[in-house]
Write a protein that binds this ligand. Structure first.
Ligand code: CTP
Ligand code: MG
Length: 240
């Protein structure tokens, strides 16, 4: 099982099974246990591809990915996915109640746990305004939720399992700044390693460190101040 949530990419390269060209080349960096790392970079830079290797949606093509100093392949998929809260860029809800969608993967979740994770994901108030609250059906013949509401239900689904590693792929893009900062504050109480892909520079600056990706490579990693000194691209992003 994943205990500390330390993540280490060591000369990782990745090519999609159906592709000829790699989308990640020679990626090396470490995320410390309980650290919060923001990942930024242009569209197509490889941010989602980088993420998908952690829950092993794909295997690395070259190099090694370590979790808690052990190669990721030494864990079973159940061990990994039981420890990782992965919120995809376009989250999927299944046809059923909101309650079941949040509790998915933790069938024995209590009412209190469901409500607490929804509160932390900043979606509880919205749910309470729906006709059948937590019993409201989504999907076929259910209510239509906005992209941002689906994202937050998907975040609640990740939080309820008390993950050691939390991965948010642009999951706060639809939130206003105040709601987003409430969400990020709530997540701190989970004491998990957090990797957050974001297009908002303010969100990136609120992390412990920032990783700047460009064209499938790590261009720079460090604090906001360090990146300002290291990377002219970063400076341009901040100024834009
Ligand atoms: N790609 C691919 N096959 C996939 C998914 C992505 O070949 N199944 C390619 C894309 O065409 C892109 C590269 O992999 O050239 C990186 O994609 P991705 O990791 O999704 O980039 P992001 O940085 O996540 O881009 P965005 O900000 O738009 O989400
Ligand atoms: Mg992406």
């Amino acid at each position: 099982e994943v205990i500390d949530g330390k993540i280490e990419y060591e000369h990782v390269a990745f090519t999609y099974p159906t592709a000829d060209e790699p989308v990640l080349t020679d990626v090396s960096f470490t995320v410390n246990p309980r650290e919060k790392l923001a990942i930024i970079g242009a569209t197509g830079a490889g941010k989602t591809s980088l993420f998908q290797l952690i829950p092993r949606l794909y295997n690395v093509t070259k190099g090694v990915l370590y979790i808690d100093q052990k190669p990721i392949t030494s864990y079973t998929l159940d061990q990994l996915r039981g420890s990782i809260g992965y919120v995809p860029q376009s989250p999927l809800l299944f046809t059923g109640s909101i309650r079941d969608n949040i509790a998915w993967g933790k069938e024995n979740a209590t009412r209190e746990e469901i409500i607490q994770s929804a509160k932390d994901a900043q979606i509880h108030d919205t749910i309470m305004d729906l006709p059948d609250q937590y019993d409201t059906r989504v999907g076929q013949k259910g209510v239509n939720l906005s992209g941002g509401q689906k994202q937050r239900i998907s975040i609640a689904r990740a939080l309820i399992r008390r993950p050691k590693i939390l991965m948010l792929d642009d999951s706060t893009s639809a939130l206003d700044l105040a709601t987003e900062s409430e969400l990020l504050r709530a997540i701190q109480h989970y004491h998990c390693t957090t990797m957050i892909i974001t297009s908002k520079i303010s969100t990136a600056i609120s992390a412990d460190r920032i990783l700047l990706m460009n064209d499938g490579k790590v261009l720079a990693i460090g604090t906001h101040e360090e990146l300002l000194n290291q990377s002219s691209l970063y400076m341009r992003i901040v100024e834009s």
